[in-house]
Ligand binder design. Structure first.
Ligand SMILES: Nc1ncnc2c1ncn2[C@@H]1O[C@H](COP(=O)(O)OP(=O)(O)OP(=O)(O)O)[C@@H](O)[C@H]1O
Ligand code: SF4
Ligand SMILES: [Mg+2]
Length: 341
């Protein structure tokens, strides 16, 4: 198998010169976020690298606690990175949002998992959606504010006259998330973190919100970092996927290749537990590896390959040596000793 020498947008080896990765709208290089707690240091994100292209949906998948949201929050500047770099449109933004220049702050947005807690319950929809416009000085008069908020509500398929003066408690879950999306696109950003944007919603509403997000992406040429633990959803929305396990990325692939030929044992384990509709799909599912074991603590992760405590293919080397990324096919990378033996 070809040893990777040239990783590009989508995946990068540790220590590569990120400044050469100018094809990425957003480049994350060896990003680390640790939290000091009374129980010890939580290694929430522990050296991950990837790049997102303009206009694409980049999927970040992993079990609960793998570090997906922390990755999104550090990119947004909600948390300061412990180390590593975040480059957005060629500028270094590896600092807290408070220290980032305004033109880059308004060019990025986030939609949180739970619209019930991410929207201020005391404000009206007009105030919520209008706030980023005011903060970034994008409106000059009340008339302009009204017009702009109305057009943002129309963009997420909510009739403006009906919703402008309502408050979050008067809205359904899907409507609230549509408001959160309207707020996210208010400043006309080029990049949005979508942190499990539909997992708190009823199944019947999820498809509608996804459809709105995909249409807005086409119309506004948005790039998405789409965070989810739902592989079936990922299959429908993402062009490329990264799989995260215990604060590390273990596999990257174009979505189609990923579902046809998952390589990492952890990925295979995740896929083997995805419910499918047909016998044909069932036949395609990885065999011989089923979901087992608990995810170890992020305070004291296992040495070597972090998946070794749950992996049926574990050997001695896995317990001591961290596997490096190997490119198996164009754009498909895996970090597992199985592919270097
Ligand atoms: N502010 C914090 N302080 C301390 N530990 C934290 C903090 N935020 C997250 N963590 C820990 O960091 C790890 C990664 O958490 P994170 O929320 O990023 O995971 P996740 O993949 O988004 O999980 P989920 O699917 O449940 O949302 C977990 O062990 C979590 O407990
Ligand atoms: S490196 Fe070893 S333990 Fe880790 S996934 Fe590969 S075979 Fe399993
Ligand atoms: Mg999360």
């Amino acid at each position: 198998m070809a040893r990777d020498t040239k990783l590009h947008a989508g995946c990068m080896a540790k220590g590569e010169n990120v400044m050469e990765k100018n094809e990425g709208l957003l480049v994350v290089d060896n990003l680390v976020k640790h939290f000091k707690t009374t129980f010890g240091t939580v290694r929430a994100v522990d050296g991950i690298s990837f790049a997102i292209k303009p206009g694409e949906t980049f999927g970040l998948v992993g079990e609960s606690g793998s570090g997906k949201s922390t990755t999104g929050y550090v990119i947004m500047g909600i948390y300061t990175p412990t180390s590593g770099k975040i480059i957005f449109k060629g500028e270094d933004i590896s600092v807290h949002a408070k220290k980032r220049p305004g033109h880059l702050k308004k060019d990025m947005a986030i939609v949180f998992q739970d619209p019930a807690s991410s929207l201020n319950p005391t404000k009206t929809v007009k105030e919520i959606v209008g706030l980023p416009l005011k903060i970034h000085g994008l409106i000059k008069s009340y008339e302009e504010l009204d017009k702009k908020v109305a057009s943002l509500l129309e963009a997420v398929e909510l009739p403006a006259e009906k919703f402008m003066q309502r408050r979050p408690k008067d809205l359904g879950g899907g409507e609230r998330q549509a408001i959160a999306i309207a707020r996210a696109i208010a400043t006309n950003p080029s990049f949005i973190v979508l942190d499990e944007p539909t997992s708190a919603l009823d199944v019947s509403i999820q498809a509608k919100i996804i459809q709105v997000l995909m249409r807005l992406q086409r119309e506004l040429n948005l790039s998405y970092l789409f965070i989810t633990h739902d592989l079936s959803l990922m299959r429908n929305v993402a062009s490329r996927v990264a799989i995260m396990y215990l604060a590390k990325i273990v596999e990257f692939a174009p979505t189609v290749a990923f579902f046809q030929k998952p390589l990492h044992p952890y990925t295979q384990m995740l896929l083997s537990s995805v419910p499918v509709l047909t016998d044909k799909e069932e036949k395609l599912k990885p065999k011989g590896i089923t979901s087992s074991g608990e995810v170890p603590s992020a305070i004291n992760p296992p040495p070597g390959c972090r998946f070794h405590t749950r992996c049926p293919y574990v050997t001695d080397v896995c317990k001591t040596k961290e596997p490096e990324f190997i490119m198996t096919e164009e754009g498909h990378y895996v970090a597992c000793h199985l592919y270097t033996r």
